[in-house]
Design a protein around this ligand. Structure first.
Ligand code: ATP
Length: 318
């Protein structure tokens, strides 16, 4: 089915006969595959008598050569047409002994995930589903604040590509105004005090314009700018920003990034609720500390909070 898609991706008309000949199948088998393309991948195909089949809009698929042409050639890149989740594939690759660093990308995720088992909506060829695997051998300091560092790199990559309003929400969401444009999920295997691998999972909404599946306010690069983007260019830009900020973090620790992160934090000074499971703490955001923990003023006293299970929500009165 995906071979057929690659023949159609130029957005031009292709006759059923030519497609069948290229794939070594009958015209009716081509027609069946096209129906699957529409049903499974949510793509729309025009059918015109005498001309053949045409995708409603051309597709720019992920392409390792194009990513390198855009400037990111250092990391081995593994691209999947369809996968459960790029983070899950990255974890399996670590298990198999694949040497880090490497990058896993997919055109779609069947079981894309957010924090605490939540779902990340991942339609075909629209967005970026990106997991970078690093080997860490510098002890806990190399892990401190790492998800915030990734958020900052994602935000700068988006700003570089014209999404000037992209900003941060603790701990690691990237928003435009109140709307989520990117999410980050870090997963760790091994002993963080000694040698471990970390998977830096990043989902960015690129060319997605509609979905009923996301149950909170969201946006995408194309909705913000009114144009479509080449995801290969975005992968390269994001790679450059990740390299820059990971190197700074490696050399100087999170403390070197703290004040820049705070500058881009959308909710500085806002009244929020911090949710930890069934517990809720109300306070006002003071900022973050030198390890990336959230500083909240609660009943007039400053307290710090950290951990992967915490979520921030704006309070109505903020
Ligand atoms: P936090 O707990 O930090 O506020 P969150 O509730 O946004 O984060 P995450 O684990 O970061 O949770 O992401 C999963 C959530 O993001 C889902 O429950 C859904 O509401 C939302 N979501 C899922 N897919 C997308 C998407 N493609 N774009 C934007 N938001 C999405």
């Amino acid at each position: 089915m995906l071979t057929l898609l690659k023949l159609l991706k130029d957005g031009r008309f292709h006759s059923g006969q030519a497609l069948g000949a290229a794939l070594g199948i009958s015209r009716s088998a081509v027609w069946k595959q096209l129906q699957h393309l529409e049903a499974d991948l949510g793509l729309s195909v025009h059918k015109v008598r005498g001309k053949g089949y045409q995708l409603a809009k051309p597709l720019l698929l992920l392409d390792v050569a194009q990513i390198c042409a855009n400037g990111l050639c250092e990391w081995p890149v593994h691209v999947f047409d369809s996968i459960d989740s790029t983070n899950a594939e990255a974890l399996r690759s670590i298990e198999r002994g694949v040497q880090a660093p490497f990058l896993v990308l997919a055109e779609r995720q069947i079981a894309g995930r957010g924090r605490r088992g939540r779902k990340w909506v991942s339609p075909f060829a629209d967005n970026l589903y990106h997991s970078l695997v690093l080997r860490i051998d510098g002890g806990m300091r190399q892990i401190e604040g790492l998800s915030l560092v990734v958020g900052l790199a994602v935000m700068h990559a988006l700003r570089d590509m014209g999404i000037a309003e992209a900003a941060l929400k603790w701990p690691n969401d990237v928003l435009v105004g109140e709307k989520k444009i990117a999410g980050i999920l870090l997963e760790l295997v091994g002993d963080p005090a000694d040698v471990c691998h970390v998977v830096l999972g990043v989902g960015i909404n690129v060319n997605m314009r509609s979905t009923d599946e996301v149950d909170q306010q969201w946006t995408s690069m194309s909705l913000e700018s009114g144009r479509d983007f080449d995801r290969n260019e975005l992968v390269a830009r994001l790679g450059a920003k990740l390299q820059q900020y990971l190197a700074l973090h490696h050399e100087a620790g999170f403390a070197a990034i703290q004040s820049e992160w705070e500058r881009f934090h959308l909710w500085q000074g806002r009244a929020v609720s911090l949710i930890a499971g069934v517990n809720r703490i109300d306070g006002v955001v003071m900022g973050i500390d030198h390890q990336g923990a959230l500083r909240l003023k609660v009943d007039g006293v400053e307290k710090t909070f950290s951990g992967g299970e915490l979520s921030l929500r704006l309070r109505d009165d903020s």
